[in-house]
Design a protein around this ligand. Sequence first.
Ligand code: G3P
Length: 192
Amino acid sequence: MMIFLDSADINEIEELAATGLIDGVTTNPSLAAASGMSFQELITQITKLVSGPVSAEVTGLDAATMITQGRKLAKIANNVTVKVPLTFEGLKACKALSNEDILVNVTLCFSLNQALLAAKAGATFISPFVGRLDDCGADGMQLIEDIVNVYEKHEFETLVLAASIRHPQHVYEAARIGADVVTIPGKVFRQL
Ligand code: G3P
C-alpha cells in the first residue's frame, strides 16, 4: 500500500519525505491557500521533493475550465496528478484529461456508484472521503471496502486512494481492506 502525505506544508513534506516512506502527496485548495505561496510555485516545489504522484486540484466549475487548468498543471512536472471533483463536469474533465494520458485523481467521492463512474472516466485514482462520511454517521470504511471489491471484480485499473483519513485506525482498516493508497496528514504519519 502506498502512503501519500495530505499536505501543502513544504517544510513538513521535506522532513517526512526524508524518511523515504512517502510515495506521493495530495493537496487541496484549502491546504494550498494556507501555504501562503502561489499555487504554481507550491506544486513546483512539492514535485521536486517527492518523485511520486503529486495531486494538484483544479478550481474551475465547468469541464472546459477544468481541462484548461489541468493541462497547465500537468505541464509543471511529470508526476503532477490533476485532481478534479466528482461532479458531472469533473467526470467529463477526467475523461478528456485521461484520454491525453494525464494522471487524474477524482476527489470528493461519497458513493460506490460515483466511484464506478470515475473508473469508467479513466481516473488514475479515486478518492473516497472516509472521515467526512464518518462525520455524518455513515461508514467511510465500508465504502472503501465496497469500491476495492467492485473494482477488483470488474478489473478496473483505477487505484483506490483512501482520503479524509483522521487517525491511525483508519490507516489500519484501509490496509486490511486492501486500499491501494492512503493519504494522511503529517500528524497521522507521526502517530503511525
Ligand atoms: O484528503 C482529503 C482531505 O484533505 C480532507 O480531509 O480531514 O478535512 O476531511 P478532512
